[in-house]
Design a protein around this ligand. Structure first.
Ligand SMILES: Cc1cc2nc3c(=O)[nH]c(=O)nc-3n(C[C@H](O)[C@H](O)[C@H](O)COP(=O)(O)O)c2cc1C
Length: 474
């Protein structure tokens, strides 16, 4: 039987096979096999099956969705000479882990091909408003909404005029009119077009409508001997502007501050296999650590045994007992803020069995308890290296405020976060917390009661309170 060399097929057929295989996520060879099988099954003529008439297809259908994740941009490429730079822009956006889906206007296709945009974006490229394949689920609405930002580059004078007027007679303008996402325009045109009062009016209108712009820059034009303002901003500049809109810089009020947090329970050994513990999950302390890190602090997290992963960018020290915890806390000093959210066991057994304790006829082994070191009080009362802000947690099951006030008076810390951990609240191990922040105003204790929040929300609120007290305000 004769063998088929795809390389030797004519160009149009090769292009069609490439598009069809990309659309179906198969290799070209596999695609040919499928076509031949279909032919055999249906008794169809090869020319029909290879669909010479379909060569007008402008872009491959979707490939498998990008596994990379990250924010999504719909990039509308307008019909200007700078359209070729939009191909580089796709790469620049993808370098920043931004997913890109392209729409090409009819005029844009005079400058760049959908195939090139598709190859660079690894996505299907959209060109037609009346595309049966994408319109069955209102493609232009999806393009407008299923993204985090719409970038138009180059934004031609014509596209901006249509946007300012609310036209929607092609896929690009219909997508822009249906958008409920931020829009970033990178205008590009001849300086005379840019300086034309009509363009000026349209740009002003669009800015009033909340549309963002990057560029145009001054420089040489494609037209020989022409220069002025109208050059499209460079792809790196546009990608950076898009990135700023997608991931606006977060305020970092604790930048330069070192924050120590304890979390979780402690385990106090009875013998090599048994221990005294409590139901603390560590979630609140870990959430505070993450919030302090997000606020720019250098965070040291000392945690008892918990089933939580290390939060990103945080030095985590895992300990077992209250004595280990105190040791690690002391070693971490000096810090600007210390937050003691751990549920440290108050007692441990006086003498830990070196072997597993056995049942005996004599009855229960006597478990003599002794007090553990009080980490909060120890650090609060330090003469040297006392952190400027020491915050304790009071976990109570009854008389919450009364007990928390008593603890506040005893410990010598600056604030106490009181929370009711009685079983009905579901706080221990749960995801929500209701807290009361006790602080001092002169000799008076003030109690600030917060509404029920997730532990992350409590953490964010506490960290912003801390930032007001010790933050740099940056
Ligand atoms: C060679 C050539 C280059 C062009 N370059 C630009 C340009 O840089 N900026 C612009 O606004 N229009 C430019 N135009 C005009 C647009 O292509 C034209 O206004 C078109 O209708 C824009 O369609 P679109 O906005 O739907 O992409 C150019 C036209 C040609 C023929």
């Amino acid at each position: 039987m004769a063998s088929l060399t795809i390389r030797k097929l004519d160009d149009a057929l090769k292009a069609y096979l490439r598009l069809r295989s990309a659309k179906n996520g198969r290799s070209v060879e596999e695609e040919v096999r499928v076509i031949l099988r279909e032919l055999a099954d249906a008794g169809t003529e090869p020319t029909e099956a290879l669909g010479a008439g379909s060569l007008a297809v402008t872009a491959p259908a979707p490939r498998a969705a990008s596994a990379a994740g990250g924010p999504k941009v719909t990039l509308i490429i307008g019909g200007g000479i700078a359209a070729y730079k939009a191909l580089d822009l796709i790469r620049r956006l993808k370098e920043r882990h931004i997913q890109v889906r392209c729409v090409l206007t009819k005029a844009a296709q005079q400058f760049v091909t959908p195939l090139a945009a598709s190859a660079l974006s690894h996505e299907r490229v959209y060109t037609d408003l009346f595309d049966a394949e994408s319109e069955f689920d209102a493609g232009h609405i999806r393009l407008a909404r299923d993204c985090d930002l719409i970038v138009v580059a180059p934004a031609t004078a014509d596209l901006m005029a249509k946007m300012a007027q609310g036209h929607a007679d092609d896929l690009a303008t219909a997508t822009l009119l249906a958008a409920n996402r931020p829009i970033l325009l990178a205008p590009a045109m001849n300086p005379l077009m840019w300086n034309n009062p009509a363009t000026g009016r349209n740009v002003l209108q669009l800015r009033r409508d909340g549309v963002h712009t990057v560029g145009p820059n001054a420089g040489e034009m494609a037209e020989a001997g022409e220069a002025g303002v109208g050059r499209m901003a460079e792809p790196t500049e546009i990608a950076a502007a898009a990135d700023r809109m997608l991931r606006p810089p977060q305020p970092r009020p604790l930048a330069g501050k070192r924050v120590l947090i304890t979390a979780g329970p402690t385990h106090e050994a009875i013998d090599p296999v048994r221990y005294i513990a409590n139901r603390s999950s560590g979630k609140q302390g870990f959430a505070i650590a993450a919030a302090a890190r997000a606020a720019g602090a250098e965070v040291v997290l000392v945690t008892g045994p918990v089933e939580l992963d290390d939060p990103q960018g945080i030095a985590v020290m895992r300990v077992e007992s209250a004595r280990d915890m105190l040791h690690r806390v002391e070693a971490a000093l000096p810090v600007d803020v210390a937050i003691f959210a751990a549920a440290v066991a108050d007692w441990r057994v006086a003498s830990e069995g070196s072997q597993k304790l056995k049942k005996t006829a004599a009855g229960m082994p006597p478990l003599q308890l002794v007090e553990n070191p009080d980490i909060l009080a120890t650090i609060s009362k330090l003469k040297e290296k006392r952190p400027p802000l020491v915050i304790g947690f009071a976990a109570e099951t009854e008389h919450l405020i009364e007990n928390a006030k008593a603890k506040f008076a005893r410990k010598g810390c600056d604030w106490i976060v009181a929370n009711d951990v009685s079983p009905a609240t579901g706080v221990m191990g749960g995801d929500r917390n209701t807290v009361h922040l006790l602080s001092r105003e002169g000799k008076d204790v003030t109690v600030d009661s917060w509404p029920v929040m997730t532990k992350e929300e409590v953490a964010t609120a506490l960290v912003s309170r801390i930032a007001r007290q010790v933050g740099t305000g940056s």
